[in-house]
Design a protein around this ligand. Structure first.
Ligand code: NAD
Ligand code: DAU
Length: 340
């Protein structure tokens, strides 16, 4: 099987490519990535010379780049490429619409023209909006996105659905909860906290820190996508999550504990506008129909992730460039007492 993976230089995409090459020695992977600030081909340095792996530098919003990728006659598209950070979508919504909506439609169009066997859209629980204290998102929960990021992902999901209904394109949409694990860019809560705590810097916690996220290890996520590629029924949506709800403040405290750092590094800062209070996924359809079970417990997975960042400082130090520091200045400003 030949897979076109978009956004394979990013966090989940790079872990997914490694998973496929290790699990299926005869599969071929074509990675289409721009890459943006969030894409880092060093995340794939261990497979860059693999005979079944090839990278194409290209933009999913550029039809010529996308056609080049499809000319290599792929069987399946796994579409990760996106602008993925909610805070950045509040600072600059336009690029999220362009990449996540226009880029997805461009890929769908070539997937249709080239007659691929399956198009898997990697979406998010955030398209469902926010939950109160009880209940879970199911695949039937209405879409109520609250940020420009989640609105762009919901829009892309609707285009994927439309290409299935109108053109008969065999699609699946997966919607997962918050991922954590190796190679995550340090703009997201867990790697940002680990790296700042390692350096004894203050940790920005938005609002009261009691927002809840349902954490999923990236390896469990990759195994779920693998099942959807091979066994997902065309046109179906699958939620992915493992009933692992944590408040942000408890996640941060757990990381500080792992690193033997004091809780007084925590700095409560102004809340994110439109901040979703709670996410919780009902993944019973994926478990029942495709036999998925998550295998990595959160305490162990988080401790391993902390160790990974401790032992891969060369990887994350290279991404802490001038651009990253300018982003921290805009996003957190004076709220971190100048500790950017
Ligand atoms: P990421 O930001 O780490 O990686 C995104 C990748 O897409 C990067 O390699 C980037 O260079 C590439 N990209 C961006 N714009 C592009 C363009 N125009 N053309 C080609 N490539 C482009 O993101 P991630 O965290 O790995 O997320 C991957 C996917 O999973 C996204 O679609 C995201 O919405 C979804 N998702 C992520 C999470 C999570 O917790 N990280 C949870 C749910 C869903
Ligand atoms: O739920 C899935 C989504 O998870 C994905 O679709 C997104 O691509 C991914 O970025 C992630 O979105 P979140 O906004 O939930 O993740 P983030 O790591 O940015 O934030 C997690 C929680 O931590 C959220 O409630 C905001 C809070 N937070 C985040 C940062 C960066 C803080 O309190 N302080 C911070 O500095």
């Amino acid at each position: 099987m030949k897979l076109l993976v978009t956004g394979g230089a990013g966090f989940i995409g790079s872990n997914f490519i490694r998973h496929i090459l290790q699990t299926y020695p005869d599969y071929v992977v074509v990675n289409l990535d721009k890459p943006t600030y969030a894409g880092n081909l060093e995340s794939l340095s261990d497979v860059e010379n693999h005979p079944n792996y090839r990278v194409i530098f290209g933009d999913i919003t550029n039809p010529a780049d996308v056609e080049t990728a499809f000319q290599s006659r792929v069987d399946v598209v796994v579409h990760f490429a996106a602008e993925s950070h909610v805070d950045k979508s509040i600072l600059n919504p336009g690029v999220f619409v362009h990449t996540n909506v226009v880029g997805t439609q461009c890929l769908l169009e070539y997937a249709r023209r080239y007659g691929v066997q399956k198009f898997v859209q990697i979406s998010t629980d955030e398209v469902y909006g926010t939950l109160g204290q009880t209940g879970n998102f199911t695949e039937d929960t209405p879409l109520q996105p609250n940020s420009p990021y989640s609105a762009s992902k919901a829009s892309a999901d609707l285009l994927v659905r439309a290409y299935h209904e109108t053109f008969g394109l065999p699609v699946n949409i997966t919607r997962c909860s918050n991922n954590y694990g190796p190679y995550q860019f340090p703009e997201k809560l867990i790697p940002l906290t680990i790296i700042r705590a390692m350096n004894g810097q203050s940790i920005p916690v938005y609002g009261d820190g009691l927002q809840i996220r349902d954490w999923l290890h990236v390896d469990d996520h990759c195994r779920a996508i693998d099942l959807v590629i091979h066994h997902g029924v065309a046109g179906e949506i699958y939620n992915i999550g493992c009933n692992n709800e944590w408040t942000n403040i408890d996640v941060v405290k757990q990381i500080l504990h792992e690193l033997n750092q004091p809780d007084d590094l925590i700095h409560f800062v102004k809340d994110r506008p439109g901040h979703d209070r709670r996410y919780a996924m009902d993944a019973s359809k994926l478990k029942r129909d495709l036999g998925w079970t998550p295998s990595i417990g959160f305490e162990k997975g988080l401790a391993d992730t902390v160790q990974w960042y401790l032992h891969h400082d060369a990887w994350w130090k290279r991404v802490l460039t001038g651009e990253y520091r300018s982003y921290l200045a805009v996003q957190y400003g004076e709220r971190l007492d100048g500790q950017l």
